[in-house]
Structure formats: structure tokens, C-alpha cells
Design a binder for this molecule. Sequence first.
Ligand code: NAD
Length: 485
Amino acid sequence: MITDVRAMRNSINGEWVDSEGGVTESVPNPATGETIATVPISTAADVDRAVEAAKDAYESWALVPVPDRARYMFKYLQLLNENREELGEIITLENGKTLKDAHGEVQRGIEVVELATSAPNLMMGDALPQIARGIDGSVWRYPIGVVAGITPFNFPMMVPLWMFPLAIACGNTFVLKTSERTPLLAERLVELFYEAGFPKGVLNLVHGAKDVVNRVLTQPDIEAISFVGSEPVAKHVYETGTAHGKRVQALAGAKNHAVVMPGCHMEKTIEGVMASAFGSSGQRCMACSVVAVVDDIADEFMEKLTAATKDLKVGDGRYEENFVGPVIRETHKERVLGYIGQGVQEGADLVVDGRDKGSEKEQGYYVGATIFDNVNTDMTIWQDEIFAPVLSVVRVRDLDEAIAVTNHSRFANGAVIYTSNGKEAQTFRDRIDAGLIGVNVNVPAPMAFFAFAGNKASFYGDLGTNGKDGVQFYTRKKVVTERWY
Ligand code: NAD
């Protein structure tokens, strides 16, 4: 476990270097408020240096045979597996989520590296002999060049690993800009990467904030950008990046719904909704933030849900008894408290008030699990992504109304139905607008081997992350038509 205040540095061409600007920001442990690191707020010049290193490295990396690139990935996979404990501890230290959630994240991240080890299969093209007399046709996949990745604070390990392992296994080189609020894990990912023996410059890390992002969007030598973060920034990244001729995939914010039907397994549904809404302090892009519950069972559901929620312990994620850790920053906590106040003003019933539990904690940025009942779609707490352990409950007549309410959201990342009726599950799957759909599954988490992206305001782009989409995003195709005399 890291205890000293660490001075974070950029990694350019395989070397740890200071930012040219010299400006730094301190990084607190959200559970205690104590400073654990300082992070450089790098400049456009730092980005240019990193891109130059990535561009030089690309010349030779793209020519390394794909099976050899996969062998480097196998070594990286081994090192990540050997360091699982430490990686989980770093996530909890800088992000605040419980160790259990952190280790779940480590596992999800490692699965993407497992996927990247199959680059020889993933990159295969297609061939069709005799497309005309004496002529053969084939499709070949090539890397695209220097790729940049910009990531959020809420998954310091999994989201960067959605990006660079697959991009690099496909023969690209990479410039990573992780969240300035969670920079520690990124450094460890880079250290282990070079320990695995990758050539210098294949992966570069530039810490910082919007100046780094804005330079990435216009830097002429960057071919493609993978972004994951909030909706307004995703839109800006997509619009500016594509206007500068880059391929962009920008995964954005969310407001995920769970629909609770009369035939559901009540106990497991309560457990599932609580895990999804309050786990990781609600700071998951797949967190359940609205429940649409059918009137017939709404009273029973609310009674059991509120009783169980009141028992959830709030506190430092390092200790097993705590279920709800801190939110990421004091400013975010203030924003969340503002939303809770607004929900009360707008007339929703505050049946579990997390502000009480929050005030017991003097240090750290705590908001306890919070539930509003009788919410409607005109309320701000229903519409906005709050990104905290705050759950809104809407009472609906039937499945039709539940689907209408869910599809009314401007976001469409994930949606879950709790039911024991196959027809209801089938109807939900066919009519709901969301990128990930769960049936009696608390959090339908993105899995490495399937492509993932939301719909509507939850995604800007065409090809999602992971799976076959990821490979397509990080490669370009050539169709070859051949005749030999
Ligand atoms: P954020 O948008 O604040 O930050 C994401 C990245 O953008 C960071 O690297 C940050 O430095 C940079 N950035 C922030 N403001 C910027 C600006 N004005 N101009 C340019 N760059 C800027 O997001 P966050 O708070 O770190 O992460 C939480 C958000 O990410 C939530 O909205 C969550 O839903 C979303 N998220 C989505 C997914 C998904 O798969 N769709 C996954 C994880 C998180």
C-alpha cells in the first residue's frame, strides 16, 4: 500500500519525465481527505512530445509480427495477474470504492488483456478465391497509427485497459491521458507494461486535464481517439476530434433504469437494486439510478428496500464492513447534496436520507445511500446523471409504462428487468433502448469479448469499445483484388 505523497510523472518513450509546464495538482484519498500524490497538469508541448515518441515507435512496432505482439501481451497479462492485490489496493486508495469492488474491476480489466492476447485471430482478414475468372479477392487488416485514450476517474484500471492493450496488440502505438483525479493506477499499468518488455514509446502516459485533451483533439499525428467520461465532454471530444479528421469513439454518461415486475424474486431484486445503486458509491456508468416499480408490488418493494438500505454502512472502502465508500471529491459531494435538496424541493419523497450518514464523517467525502419515492420524469433528479448513491423510484401501472418511462431518458446506457416471466423479459429486450440489457442481473457489466457502447446521449460514435468493434476501431481494412498471369 502506498503511504508517501507520490510525485506523479509522465511516461514518454519509456522514460519517466516531468511535465514542461511545472504545474501540479494534489490528489487526495477520498476516504480521508489526505493528500496521497501530486499530479502534473501537463501542457500541449508534453502531448506533442508523447505523440512524437509514439509516432517513432509505430514505425517498427507495426512491423512486429502479430504473434510476437501477442507474446508481449501474454507477459503483461502474467504481470497484471501477479500484482492483483496491489492493483486493487491502489484503486481503493485513489478512487474510494470498496476493496471488493476494486478487485472486481481488476478482474474486468485483466479480461481485456486476455482478449488482446488473441490478436492473431482477431486481426485475421477474409479471402474469397475466384471472385471472377482467375481473380481472387481478400480483406486485410492493418493498424492505423498513433491512438490516444482519455479516461474517467471511476474505473482507473478497467477503462484504460479497454483501450491500449487491444490497440497495441493490433499494431498501433498509444498516448494515454487518464483522469487527473486517479493518476496512481495508470502509472503502475505503465510500469508493468515496460516490465513486460514492450519496446520504448509503444505506450506513453501524459497526466493532466482539459489542456491535454484539447491538444489531443487537434494533434495532426493522432489517428484515432477513444474517450470515456461525462456526456458534455464526450460530445466535445467527438465533435472536435472528428472535425480534425480523427476516428473517435466517445462513451458518455448514463441514467440507468431497473424495472421491477410483480413476478420478480423480491429478496434477490432488493439485493440487486442495492448493489447496483449504492455499490461503488453509485459512481458506475452502469449504476442503477432509477427504479420503475409496478404499482401492485410497489409498497412491499419500498418497505423492504428502505429497511435494507438503512442498514448499509458508509465509510472507508478498505474496511470490509463498509458497503458505501466516499464519492470522489468534496466538490462532487456538494453537487450531490445540491441534487438531494432539489429533489425535496421538487416534491419527491425522501425516504432514506444519505445526508445524515454523510455528516457523521468529518474527513473524506461521504454521502450515504439515498432513496426518493414518487419521483416523476419532470424532476431534475430523474433527468440528470447524479453519479452518486442516490436512487429515484417511479411508480408505474405496468410494463408498458415502465418501458415508456425508461425510453424517455435522454441517456441509454444500460437497463435491467427483474421478472420471472419470460414474455416480459422478451418484450423488455425488444423494446428498451439501451446498449446493455440485464434480465435479473444487477449490473450488466461490459465483458471484454462483446462490443460495448450505449445509445442516445450515452455514446458518440459508430464502433464501441472491446470485442469485434474494438478490433475494427483500431484497424483499417484494405480490400485486395488479384490476378496473376
Ligand atoms: P469527465 O468527463 O469529467 O472526465 C473524463 C476525462 O475528460 C478526464 O480525463 C478529464 O480530465 C477530461 N475532461 C474533463 N473535463 C474536460 C473538459 N472540459 N474538456 C476536456 N477534457 C475534459 O468524467 P469523470 O467525472 O472522470 O467520469 C465520470 C463520467 O464518466 C460519468 O458521466 C460516467 O457515466 C462516465 N462513464 C461512462 C462510461 C461508459 O462506458 N459509457 C464508463 C465510465 C464512466
